[in-house]
Design a binder for this molecule. Sequence first.
Ligand code: ADP
Length: 579
Amino acid sequence: MKKSFFSQLFSAFLLVIVTMSGITIFFSYRNFKTEHVNTLSNHLFQICKIVETVSKDYLFNSDYTNLDKFIKGLGYKIDERITIVDANGKVLADSDENPLLMENHGGRLEISTALKNGFGSSQRYSKTLNEEMLYIAIPIFDGDKTIGVVRSSIYSNSIESALKSFRRKIIITAIILISIFLIIASWFTINITNPLNQLTEAALKVSKGNFSQKIILKKSSVLKEFSDNFNSMTDQLSSSFRKITSQTDELNELVESMPQGIAVISSSGKVLRINKNIRTIFNIPDIFIHSDYWTLFKNNWINALIEKTLSTSLSQNSETEIDNATYLCSTSNVLNDRTILILLDVSEIKKTKLIKRDFSVNVSHELRTPLTAIKGFLETLEDGVKEEYSQYLDILKRHTERLINIVNDLLTLSELERDDSILCKENVKVETIVSNVTQIFQHRLKTKKIELFIQIEENLPPLFCDPFRMEQVLINLFDNALKYTEVGKITIQANRKNEEIVISIIDTGIGIADAHFDRIFERFYVVDKSRSRKHGGTGLGLSIVKHIVELHKGRIVIDSTVSKGTEVEVFIPLGSNSE
Ligand code: ADP
């Protein structure tokens, strides 16, 4: 079980207090001991000094008996042991023992050091007294000559008893101080841990989604500011949560009511969300458990699209049939590696498109026969009509021709738009196509005095295309170049660029303003109606071009500057050679 805040904090305080007290006691005791020994040594040194002065006379007179008496009397009065030895270490007087019975003291550490260095001290066991003693010794001089050593000493147990009393005092003081510190520490710990416990509990509840948590602390609490901030944070969280919930509800409703079928799939292939429409399309029960997408969407085509997006992260678009309805399916990768599937029912649009196309084909077919007949009769009439009416006949002929052109172009477009429209592809030399097309326009080029340049790259690979359709593309583009160029030249270029063959038709004509670029491929879209009509234009030429190029999996690019000219580039992929 986790330790509570209180026990953790209090243990820390306890550890610090006990450690600090221990260190303080240890050093105080050591200092006191050193100080005490120093003071005693000093005291013994002073005694030695006095005794040295007084004992000199006895030594000069070799009056050792009286010296011993004097030392015994002094030792008794000051309650300390005093010993006097001669320069050889022979004991001459001693306050506690009979000097005659005492062994030679020349080997005692304090005495030998005093004889050598002028001062000796040691704390050791006394063989004479069988006690631990502190000794201080200094030499007694007669001029330069050392005639003896005076030594004073004190029982170590007197030092010990002083230290013992100090130890007792310091331990009592320490216990009192530690107790006071511990009381303060526990008060302080309680003051901190209570609010902390409250905060922990509240934070735990917030983490479980309960944002209504509030912490009320006393003004004096050290965590008051923190708790106020916590309260305002939970307020903000609660309002953000409400906002997010309402936005999520809105989003859910929106997704649910969308006319498209929508599904969100995780990177592991689990279906995370589906809307009502997709449930209806695939007959999925209202409550569905997060299942693998292939078990819910029983359509191999759609599952293949999802699989592709999941593995490549690329968007996919395709049409498929489900229960006699046509759906436009698109899959794309969204945030967090999720794949979104959208199904749009395009059955009605397809049906309308089909009706439109059939209508256009039918009308065109119905019109073509009478129009051809009218054109034939107009040509027959040409010879017999009076001079003054011939201009009306010309107008009639021009309009009829335009109508025939429109009908033909509409039929071509309808044919190209058919799903099953087939291209008869073969390898064709670009030179052949270009030469076939330019021949048609030789007469018009001459009449308009427009120069023609053909620049075809050497060793250009053959174009794998439907030659009839590709000629149609170049005829329409060349026809436009010639229609909208009054002076200058037309250049046809053919080059290889990477994996594509590019055929460009460049003129020095009136050009097209940028604003029309987007719409130029729309049916019946013309920049200048009267000019187009004057030249017999139908507004369908570029639509046909675009359809044919796209059927060849190519693309078309227009670049033009008003009054300078137009360049149309047709890109056909080389890859189609291998089809
Ligand atoms: P149209 O039969 O009227 O030429 P298109 O679909 O071929 O119809 O062309 C659409 C319009 O684009 C034309 O009406 C014309 O205004 C413009 N256009 C096409 N090619 C050129 C060109 N080479 N120079 C200038 N304008 C052009």
